[in-house]
Design a protein. Structure first.
Length: 170
């Protein structure tokens, strides 16, 4: 009447038993290794200083900073974006500087851009500059090939002073 069927039994099924399986999975074909090989390195996101943040002190990074709040101190970064509601009181040094808000202090950058909403009170030292119509700027503008180093040239070591001959009382 009833016979025991192998359909619901655990273990390999009859058709699976006839196909050989590889002993070790091929690591070059695994999805994880394909993902690692094809995934580009992600650039870290910019640090964002929100509009309710007030910082007193210097900031230094090799990354990007987006300031929306207030900073009383110097900032050094790769890309600095000063938001419309931001105020920076101090020196700004970055490869790229985009000012939408207020900066009171010196601005140094390879590329400096003042948008129509910018308010800058201080000198700008740059390699290239763009000032949009409507920007307010009080200070001087100076072009330098290397504005990030502050225009400082390497100083050669001064020769040691030679002692003056002793005066003789003869």
């Amino acid at each position: 009447m009833f016979s025991k069927s192998k359909i619901n039994e655990p273990g390999p099924k009859a058709d699976e038993a006839s196909t050989p399986k590889p002993a070790m999975p091929d690591p070059s074909r695994s999805p994880a290794s394909e993902f690692k090989a094809s995934a580009p390195k992600a650039k870290p996101a910019a640090s964002i200083l929100s509009s309710d943040l007030h910082i007193t002190g210097n900031l230094k990074t090799t990354g990007d900073i987006n300031v929306e709040g207030t900073v009383e101190g110097d900032i050094r970064a790769h890309l600095l974006t000063v938001g419309e509601s931001a105020t920076i009181k101090g020196e700004v040094v970055a490869d790229d500087v985009v000012v939408n808000g207020r900066v009171v202090g010196r601005v140094r950058g390879l590329k400096v851009r003042l948008t129509a909403t910018a308010r800058v009170e201080g000198d700008i030292i740059h390699k290239t500059i763009a000032i949009e119509s409507g920007a307010h700027f009080e200070g001087s503008v100076q072009r330098q090939d290397d504005p990030l180093n502050g225009g400082k040239k390497p100083v050669a070591a001064a020769p040691a002073p030679t002692p003056a001959p002793a005066a003789s009382n003869s």
